[in-house]
Design a binder for this molecule. Structure first.
Ligand SMILES: Nc1ncnc2c1ncn2[C@@H]1O[C@H](COP(=O)(O)OP(=O)(O)O)[C@@H](O)[C@H]1O
Ligand SMILES: [Mg+2]
Length: 377
């Protein structure tokens, strides 16, 4: 028996778990050393005192009665994490289990200090919140950048479109102007010939029709496709060439077409047309910049595996190896601000890969660069 008492005393004092016994009025009857250490008080400072001063305030003391004390007295099981106050004024967390003893006249509390764990959890929570905020911020920044990119790309496209319309219009506009000059001269020389004048007016009408048709063609070409259509690469290339051809002719660039792939593709026609236009414009830019003689752009289509392949190549000498990995990046350009935005290839890649589910790539050959677009059949 004596041995058993000693044994219990040993556990009571050295287990590392805080143990204390309180009466029904919540006065401390007994406390072990671990308990004293946790709260920072000497044994004498605790015994026969109300537990109130161990709580952070009166409200917390009252609340503890509800969430812990009364439950234990009712023989409900309890496993609670609760905040207390150390003698030095600091707050800390205890994990508490309680049992009523002596026929509900006393409660035996066992406690373990979990401040470190709680603090770690709070730190993690804080870090997580910070991280979440950071991620949200970054997503916002990316969205903003994306929006800006789309906006710049649209501006660039509109700029290019205007430039092409200007080229398309130059010839008919000067023809109209020449015709009216001619008619005015006739009038002032008093040599009005009804048949001749009605013929000339007919020409002016044709030119005007051509001008308005160009606008329609451009509008159609630059309208984004909502649905996929059945078409061929040849068809798209020819539509696109109809739009850029005046510019190419003006720059003395010869276009060679080799259509081997007659296969039907089911895809976004205008989008692919824009990509072809970007590639042709890039070839034209470099041919002019490097003042290449016999400037040529070759457009070739063929079928490989289950893909329709389009190759656009030029004889301008190719892409310097140190930049070839960057040319599809947004805003990468070797041109002056007026001539290039650095968005053409980046947008082309997005269109081909994301919209058309194809691939786009480039390689250098002896004569110049070759851009390869692959569209699934
Ligand atoms: N056919 C080509 N030959 C040589 N370099 C090219 C060719 N096409 C594109 N590049 C290079 O890739 C860069 C990026 O092209 P792009 O994205 O269309 O932007 P931008 O034409 O506005 O400069 C160009 O500035 C140029 O240096
Ligand atoms: Mg470009």
């Amino acid at each position: 028996m004596l041995k058993k008492v000693e044994w219990f005393e040993q556990i009571f004092n050295n287990s590392g778990v805080g143990i204390f016994i309180v009466d029904k009025d919540r006065n401390i009857l007994e406390a072990n050393e671990a308990m004293c250490t946790m709260f920072g008080y000497k044994y004498e400072e605790l015994i026969n005192k109300s537990t109130e001063f161990l709580h952070i305030d009166k409200a917390s003391y009252d609340n503890f009665a509800k969430v812990a004390f009364d439950k234990v007295l009712n023989n409900e099981s309890l496993n609670l994490e609760y905040m207390f106050k150390h003698k030095n004024g600091n707050t800390f967390w205890l994990k508490i289990a309680g049992d009523s003893v002596k026929l509900n006249k006393e409660v035996l509390w066992t406690t373990t200090d979990i401040t470190q764990r709680i603090e770690a959890e709070e730190r993690i929570k804080y870090l997580n919140e910070g991280l979440n905020k950071e991620i949200k911020q970054q997503v916002k920044v990316l969205r903003e950048k994306d929006k800006q990119l789309q906006y710049h790309a649209r501006l660039a496209k509109m700029g290019e479109m205007l430039n092409m319309i200007t080229h398309q219009w130059r010839q008919p506009l000067s023809a109209i102007s020449a015709t009216t000059c001619f008619m005015l001269a006739k009038l002032s020389a008093n040599s009005f010939d009804q048949k001749e004048f009605s013929e000339e007016l007919g020409h002016i009408e044709d030119y005007s029709k051509f001008l308005s048709k160009t606008i329609d063609d451009f509008r159609n070409f630059f309208k984004p496709n909502k649905t996929k259509v059945d078409t061929t690469l040849e068809n798209i290339v020819n539509t696109t060439l109809a739009i850029v051809n005046p510019i190419l002719v003006n720059s003395n660039i010869v276009v060679i077409k080799e259509f081997e792939c007659k296969e039907i593709i089911h895809n976004y026609e205008n989008e692919i047309g824009h990509v072809i236009l970007n590639l042709i414009k890039n070839a034209e830019d470099v041919l002019i910049e490097r003042a290449i003689e016999n400037a040529t752009i070759k457009i070739r289509t063929y079928k490989k595996d289950n893909n329709a392949i389009l190759e656009i190549s030029d004889n301008a000498g190719g892409i310097p190896l140190e930049i070839i990995d960057k040319i599809f990046d947004s805003y990468f350009s070797t041109k002056t601000e007026k001539l290039g935005t650095g968005l053409g290839l980046c947008m082309s890649k997005t269109i081909i890969e994301d919209n058309c589910k194809g691939t786009i790539g480039v390689r250098n050959e002896k004569e110049g660069s070759v851009f390869i677009v692959s569209i699934p059949l």
